[in-house]
Design a protein around this ligand. Structure first.
Ligand SMILES: Nc1nc2c(ncn2[C@@H]2O[C@H](COP(=O)(O)OP(=O)(O)OP(=O)(O)O)[C@@H](O)[C@H]2O)c(=O)[nH]1
Ligand SMILES: [Mg+2]
Length: 270
């Protein structure tokens, strides 16, 4: 297995109006992972985030900026970033928001976990709720969205919509990125679903999500509707949902290991 020291790590950060955050975030990332590469995907932010990113790329040679023509959506920004990371030979590819909701000091924990798994999810809802700064209604929406998605799709996780993740390159190589059309929460759910369908080993690690201090949220009603319909479209057959419920609340590791899709991959590998 590849050891983290020789692996190429790339962090993909989509940005839209993150002027107050981007530079500080980059500097913090480098204090925790000095050898990593960063790809910023900016959608022609009206507040000039793209220009700041460009200046940062001149200072730090391991930063690359993808400038897009306008606000084309979060999912497609990730897909462009992932494709670039694969083309550049990255071994471990991170998804991370620019607004400090995802604390860079946790990057080493993801890298430790990815040594034994294919996809590591930062989880707000594994063994409790770890969200700071959200109004109760927003928390309720997010928590219920995850209960709904994970149960209806029989996903062996507690947080399927989070955007703090680390992928082995093999996962992104096998997933059909061009088939993914969703943009908000649905994007995260769809990529996770595809990874599980291919039988990749998924691990959740708990992290504390903090609401942004600077800048504005880009979340919309459309994002919620999109996720609702995606989950129904990708719903699991009842025979998968029943054992899912039995295990999920009992022995989580056993559940992941006996998940029918993981079993399928193990068989195909032997
Ligand atoms: N390139 C690009 N980035 C986007 C787009 N929409 C959001 N982002 C970025 O994606 C990340 C997550 O977006 P947020 O607006 O923070 O969405 P959220 O985390 O669900 O909501 P809040 O944190 O509550 O504001 C941030 O880094 C945004 O700047 C987009 O259309 N294009
Ligand atoms: Mg955010």
């Amino acid at each position: 297995m590849m050891c983290a020291a020789s692996a190429k790590i790339m962090i993909v950060i989509p940005t839209y109006n993150e002027r107050e955050n981007i530079e500080r975030l980059i500097r913090e990332i480098f204090t925790f992972e000095p050898a990593c590469y960063i790809t910023i995907v900016d959608d022609h932010s009206p507040d000039g985030t793209g220009r700041i990113a460009e200046e940062l790329a001149r200072t730090f040679p391991t930063i690359h900026v993808i400038h897009r023509t306008g606000k084309l959506g979060l999912g497609s920004a990730y897909i462009e970033g992932f494709k670039y990371a694969l083309a550049e030979g990255a071994d471990y590819i991170f998804e991370m928001d620019a607004d400090f909701s995802h604390d860079p000091n946790r990057l080493p924990d993801f890298l430790e976990a990815i040594q034994n798994y294919d996809l590591v999810l930062g989880s707000r809802y594994l063994n409790g709720v770890r969200v700071e700064g959200w109004p109760f209604c927003r928390l309720l929406l997010s928590k219920f969205a995850n209960i709904y998605a994970c149960h209806v799709m029989a996903l062996p996780v507690w947080d399927a919509t989070g955007g703090f993740r680390c992928y082995r390159r093999e996962v992104l190589e096998l997933i059909e990125l061009d088939q993914i059309r969703s943009n908000g929460y649905a994007f995260q759910i769809e990529v996770l679903h595809q990874a599980l369908k291919h039988g990749f080993r998924v691990k959740e690690i708990p992290f504390l999500f903090r609401e942004r201090e600077h800048g504005e949220s880009k979340i919309s009603r459309h994002v919620v509707r999109e996720a609702f319909w995606l989950v129904l479209r990708l719903r699991a057959p009842l025979r998968e949902i029943v054992p899912h419920l039995r295990y999920l609340y009992k022995d989580y590791d056993e559940f992941v290991n006996t998940h029918p899709l993981t079993q399928k991959r193990m068989k195909s590998e032997n």
